[in-house]
Design a protein around this ligand. Structure first.
Ligand code: ZN
Length: 294
């Protein structure tokens, strides 16, 4: 899908039927296939707001939105499509307040829609594992560089990991917000905290892994320090600052954008693809559990 202007996107996806048939194609690109019996034909049951597809063989009824980011949502598909467009089209993403104004939904609905998109990216495990020459750098989000504010409650320690290119550029980036229990009084991130991150984010085939756990250390990895600074400015400019609770979800959105840019991947088509199949429904409760702070 080439990147259309907002106007042409709105003109094309101008009613629920067009949005449903596009979602149908994304969900069943090779034509309908019953997940219960593999039969290839279905009848559309059109008495609902969104059509159901009843398998012609076993009669199982398939919801169009089941397994998609839109599952269990009462928001019209067209509004979802506009949200996906805005999420993908702007290099910096979109805040819930801006989305709520644009598609005329409450702030709470817009907030949850954007978190469902972030969670879809997270479930699809879009960020590759770090490989090759890997560097890990301690840092923090939330307060300006100041060696005297180590205990600032608004400062959220994090680790940035990167696959580093020969030129020093970070090819693949991962960010991990660190649980406060893994931060020592002197500001160092604990060895356990670092190892947990490396276990999750670094490939077993990485050629070399070196890390600096303290953000102010003189031998810090400057390209990663820059990435942390970019993450901080992005969070402050796009969202006017973020609290600790869902910070990891935003960090994941940032690395998804960073890595997609590095790999020159077309965002709109990719996000539609990711949002259209094989997802576990995201709810406020599932988000709270996923990003629980200890
Ligand atoms: Zn069937």
């Amino acid at each position: 899908m080439p990147f259309p202007s907002l106007e042409s996107f709105l003109n094309h996806y101008n009613n629920e039927e067009i949005c449903s048939s596009f979602l149908f194609q994304l969900k069943w690109p090779l034509g309908f296939c019953c997940s219960e019996c593999n039969h290839g034909r279905a009848y559309a049951v059109t008495t609902r707001r969104l059509p159901l597809f009843e398998c012609a063989s076993c009669k199982h009824q398939h919801s169009l939105t089941k397994g998609t980011a839109m599952e269990n949502s009462r928001t019209p598909l067209r509004k979802w499509f506009i949200a996906i467009y805005l999420f993908a089209s702007s290099e910096d993403g979109v805040s819930a307040i801006n989305l709520s104004h644009t598609i005329q939904v409450t702030y709470k609905t817009a907030w949850l829609m954007l978190h469902k998109l972030r969670d879809a990216l997270d479930q699809a495990e879009c960020d590759p594992l770090l490989n090759g020459i890997v560097r890990v750098q301690g840092g923090a989000y939330g307060s300006p560089f100041n060696p005297y504010t180590e205990k600032d409650p608004q400062r959220h320690p994090l680790l940035a990991g990167g696959s580093v290119h020969d030129t020093g550029e970070v090819d693949v980036l991962r960010l991990r917000i660190i649980d406060p229990q893994h931060v020592q009084p002197n500001g160092y991130i604990s060895h356990d905290g670092e190892q947990e991150f490396i276990k999750d984010a670094v490939s077993l085939t990485a050629a070399e892994v070196k890390s600096v756990r303290f953000r102010l250390h003189r031998s810090c990895f400057r390209p990663l320090v820059r990435c942390i600074a970019e993450f901080s400015s992005w969070a402050n400019l796009t969202f006017h600052g973020l609290g600790r609770k869902y910070l990891q979800a935003y960090a994941n959105e940032f690395t998804f954008r960073y890595n997609s840019r590095q790999q020159r991947q077309p965002l709109l088509a990719r996000i539609f693809q990711i949002c259209s199949n094989q997802l576990t429904p995201t709810t406020l409760r599932s988000l709270t559990q996923k990003y629980r702070i200890s």
